[in-house]
Ligand binder design. Structure first.
Ligand code: ATR
Length: 272
């Protein structure tokens, strides 16, 4: 079988092997997909060894997405802009190609699975780290009325907004500058949830039709999802669907076949 893997640190709890195994079964593709723990500073070596052993493609996760961006010999435009690579494959000429499927994964989960309209809507993205940067380009491609990037450290949000200002109506601010606004969609791309915290924003940002989306996920509802539910969001969901959708786009890049994602999301939700 063809070999694929996800590299990260930590990696033991990655759900990617399960997801890609379900995709392969569903689409009758003969492949194996494993999780590989890589020590910091050893990504280049790990990629080279994997290739020598017949590896066909890789997912790259925390904390190596920026390293992978630097190591790629060719960057697809969405990865170039994202400043991070989560998918690697080798071209016919043997060159290492880097792509980023996180943003399209988020947009597909929102628009296709959750039936959310983004066009002409007011969208708030919380956070200005790598996770936020990775999704701004694809979010702007849906033509929201505006995209506000808000971060605890305001200057980082302003910088990020400047980086994408030619791509749409995007502005950056501090969390503390969000006051009387209402947003149709609030996306959490901060790392606050790792400490079971919620970014310090007023619940008045949530309107009765607002959707709140946490890019994090877990076995229990995340802190942000609980917060959104408690403050009357019409819909509050975690990022499991995004995880499956970004995986599906990677699978498509590698195999040329698009898996059917809803049954895989349902299987993961029910713990199968
Ligand atoms: P990632 O690649 O996951 O985005 P990162 O680059 O370390 O990781 O960025 C973490 C993000 O979460 C940042 O936007 C950070 O805000 P600062 O830039 O102000 O540090 C945000 N973050 C982390 N903990 C947070 C908290 N408790 N409340 C609000 N924002 C938080």
């Amino acid at each position: 079988p063809d070999r694929y893997a996800v590299m990260g640190n930590p990696i033991a709890h990655s759900r990617s092997p399960h997801i890609h195994t379900l995709f392969a079964r569903q689409t009758h593709q003969h492949l194996v997909y494993e999780a590989m723990l890589v020590e910091p500073g050893h990504l280049a070596t790990a990629i080279a060894l994997f290739r020598e052993a017949g590896g066909q493609g890789l997912n790259i996760t925390v904390p190596f997405k920026q390293d992978a961006w630097r190591l790629a010999e060719v960057l697809n435009p969405r990865a170039e802009r994202a400043g991070a690579v989560n998918t690697l494959l080798w071209g016919n000429d043997g060159r290492l190609i880097g792509d980023n499927t996180d943003g399209i994964g988020l947009v597909r989960d929102l628009t296709q699975n959750l039936k959310q309209v983004l066009t002409d809507r007011h969208v708030l993205l919380l956070g200005a780290g790598g996770a936020a940067r990775g999704v701004i380009g694809p979010l702007l491609e849906t033509h929201p009325a505006r995209l506000r990037v808000a971060n605890r450290t305001a200057e980082k949000a302003r910088e990020l907004a400047r980086l994408f200002e030619d791509a749409g109506n995007v502005e950056g601010s501090g969390l503390n500058e969000l006051d009387a606004d209402r947003f149709d969609l609030i996306i959490n791309a901060t790392a606050a949830g790792l400490d079971s915290e919620v970014p310090a924003i007023p619940s008045s940002l949530i309107g009765e039709h607002s959707c709140c989306y946490d890019m994090m996920y877990g076995n229990q509802p995340t802190a942000f999802v609980n917060w959104a539910r408690n403050h009357g969001a019409a819909l509050a969901v975690d990022g499991l669907g995004m995880l499956v959708e970004q995986a599906a786009e990677s699978f498509y890049l590698w195999r040329g076949v698009r898996p059917d994602t809803p049954p895989v999301i349902a299987a993961l939700r029910s713990g199968l």
